[in-house]
Design a protein around this ligand. Structure first.
Ligand code: XIL
Length: 643
């Protein structure tokens, strides 16, 4: 279903695919699933940019069910959470993960050993250098209780010995080196493993490590003929990280019992401190929430006993450890970043983690974020997969809670992202090409209708440009051609006439084909009067970033086009063993570049503590895992203040 009309094509009622081709965009002919590469050709600057879109009314009834009273979150009273300034809500109904796990079937097993997937890098001729492979594999069937033992014998037609590595292991399995060039998957199965499981091992060509053969084996685990033959093993809990918390703050920690026999263990605290107790989670009663208020500094250990559902005498013992610090230890000297930035005429903020208020250290997280930031982006809570995971099913609670948090702290909110090629639920990935325009518009409408009173900036289009230039091949481009952006921006403007509408992109902080493609895209959008107000520079950079001149000239090129600049997702990954001081210098350089450009109005980092970062291993943020300041924090204070 396509609803788009261009003003020029109005009487023709052209489907979006055709109007895409009118624009000179290669659309509808991309058969590739690969969203990253290599980009779709775009018309030259001299090409006709096409005409302004006019939106037709959305279908009634809608293509998928709209949110209703049933989707409204309910008060989250009974559970003790880690924030204090505002009330929380929670979604109702079972957790979504339970509904959408797609299992392999007996039919998959019966189809035989899957064919190896071979990756041939450029410059390799398989006729000269044959692909590595595994000798003698087949699918495997066992009864629960039996040990799976599969020996991987890698071979290479040229006679050398290929390397290998597994891609994820089944729960409780090991991949052991036999020290003779072979390795073995060893997996003790239990009742919980019933069904068909896929296990993949990649063989690596000895002459070229990019030349690979990826072999999946399917393992069918049948019910045991004699259930008594399956040993009952002790339960445990899923691992919980050691947290640093602030004395006096409420702490809540989700405890999830697990038993390889597939039963749900009960959970008890052994000798708990006076004010620590367990409450069942409202949505998943078999999970328990540990609640406590550690009053004094020191290390607290909670002993958690899990008791087997079939045999109460069979128990497991795990520990949860908290490091409690006095509030003074979390204090930061100087003024808060938002205040310093406001003095220089820009807004400063950060992305905020989903459900931070249910993390053990949510209290300190909230107070730092609430005091440092004037604007926040939900890091994941407004992604399609989070909000609308199944057709007609809406999960608004986390986003509603983040909006309450923003209100309680007088923060602006960046809605992020409305249209992106990632973080889509499976059902959207599977939609028919001709329906996607309506799905996209319905989704934009539902999210913006709910949140436009609270959102000031919308990242309407996220990451539309391919890394090598051209447009990123995506399911949206496939369905509507470049015009998906026109439609999305027009829809957004109609729903929120006063918000700042943003096109957000990564790797545009330096010169190159990607930035050139962005500029020519912006020129075409402007020629078609598409209501773009600002460009978001994500700026996920690394500590070897040194293209400050290119960043400045890229920002200038955006400013010359009458657009604002928002730095939306700044973080600086440490590479090459660089020091925290080098990282601090990069933060400083980026702030200085933004302040030197009068159209750079907002600067936001992608998180603030290394504990909650999507690049946590590269410690890209300015507070460490325990909220202690790093040199980058001081660099931000100084540079935001013009020093
Ligand atoms: C990332 C989040 O940080 C991760 O937690 C999530 O798993 C994937 O998405 N560009 C964007 C952000 O626009 O939405 C991405 O966020 C990071 C890259």
């Amino acid at each position: 279903m396509s609803l788009l009309r261009t003003s020029a094509a109005r009487s023709l009622r052209l489907p979006a695919l055709i109007t895409g081709i009118l624009f000179g965009v290669l659309s509808g002919c991309s058969s590739s699933d690969d969203n990253d590469d290599p980009g779709v050709d775009i018309p030259g600057d001299s090409g006709d940019p096409g005409t302004t879109v006019v939106l037709e009314p959305l279908p009634n009834p809608p293509l998928t069910e709209a949110p209703s009273a049933d989707d409204e979150p309910v008060p989250f009273d009974s559970v003790f959470h880690t924030v204090t300034d505002y009330a929380l809500v929670r979604d109702t109904g079972p957790r979504i993960e339970d509904d959408i796990v797609a299992d392999l079937t007996e039919a998959d097993y019966a189809a035989g050993l899957p064919e190896a997937v071979i990756t041939v890098p450029a410059g390799v001729d398989p006729a000269i250098n044959g692909a590595p492979y595994f000798e003698g594999l087949s699918n495997v069937r066992v009864e629960a209780g039996q040990l799976v033992d599969i020996r991987y014998v890698p071979r290479d037609p040229e006679g050398e010995l290929p390397g290998m590595f597994p891609q994820g292991l089944p729960d409780g399995a090991t991949f052991d080196d036999n020290f003779d060039g072979t390795k073995s998957l060893r997996w003790q199965t239990y009742q919980a493993d019933l069904g068909v499981t896929a296990f993949t091992v990649v063989a690596v060509d000895p002459a070229n490590s990019e030349y690979r053969s990826s072999q999946t084996v399917l393992i069918a685990v049948d019910p045991p003929s004699d259930p008594a033959s399956v040993p009952n093993i002790a339960p445990s809990i899923l691992p919980i990280a050691r947290y640093t918390v602030r004395a006096g703050d409420p702490v809540s920690i989700f405890i999830i019992g697990t038993d390889r026999n597939g039963t749900v263990p009960s959970i008890e605290l052994l000798d708990p401190p006076a004010n620590a107790f367990l409450t069942p989670d409202e949505r998943t009663p078999e999970w328990q929430i540990l609640q406590a208020v550690p009053e004094t500094a020191g290390t607290i250990t909670f002993d958690v006993l899990t008791r087997d559902a079939d045999d109460p005498a069979l128990t497991g013992l795990d520990q949860i450890i908290l490091d409690v610090l006095e509030p003074a230890e979390f204090e930061r000297s100087g003024d808060r970043l938002k205040t310093i930035a406001a003095g220089s005429g820009i807004e400063f903020g950060s992305a905020i983690s989903p459900v931070f208020y249910m993390q053990a250290d949510g209290g300190v997280y909230e107070s730092i974020a609430g005091s440092e930031f004037g604007v926040m982006t939900p890091e994941s809570s407004m992604k399609w997969i989070a909000i609308n995971p199944l057709p007609g099913r809406f999960e608004f609670a986390d986003m509603d809670n983040l909006v309450s948090f923003a209100r309680a702290n007088a923060m602006k909110v960046r809605g992020h992202p409305l249209v992106w090629h990632r973080s889509l639920p499976d059902w959207v990935e599977e939609t028919a090409v001709e329906d996607r325009e309506v799905h996209m518009r319905e989704y934009i409408t539902r999210v913006m209708t709910r949140y436009s009173d609270d959102v000031d900036y919308w990242d309407v289009i996220n990451e539309p440009v391919a890394d090598e230039g051209g447009l990123r091949d995506s399911l949206w481009l496939e369905a509507m051609g470049e015009q998906y952006m026109d439609i999305a921006f027009a829809q957004a403007r109609e729903l929120d006439p006063t918000a700042i509408l943003v096109l957000n992109e990564y790797d545009i902080g330096f010169a190159g084909p990607k930035f050139d493609a962005l500029l020519s895209l912006l020129d075409r959008l402007r020629a078609r009067e598409v209501p773009v107000d600002a460009v978001g520079f994500q700026l996920h950079v690394s500590s070897n970033f040194d293209q400050f001149d290119e960043l400045a000239s890229n920002m200038a090129a955006i400013a010359e086009r009458g657009l604002d600049i928002h730095v939306t997702e700044l973080d600086v990954a440490i590479v090459d063993d660089d020091s925290d001081q080098i990282q601090a210098d990069i933060y400083r350089g980026i702030v200085e570049t933004c302040l030197a450009q009068s159209r750079c109005k907002v600067l936001q980092s992608w998180g603030f503590t290394d504990r909650y970062s999507f690049r946590t291993g590269q410690t890209p943020l300015y507070l460490d895992r325990d909220y202690a300041v790093k040199p980058a924090y001081q660099a931000l204070q100084e540079s935001l203040g013009g020093n």
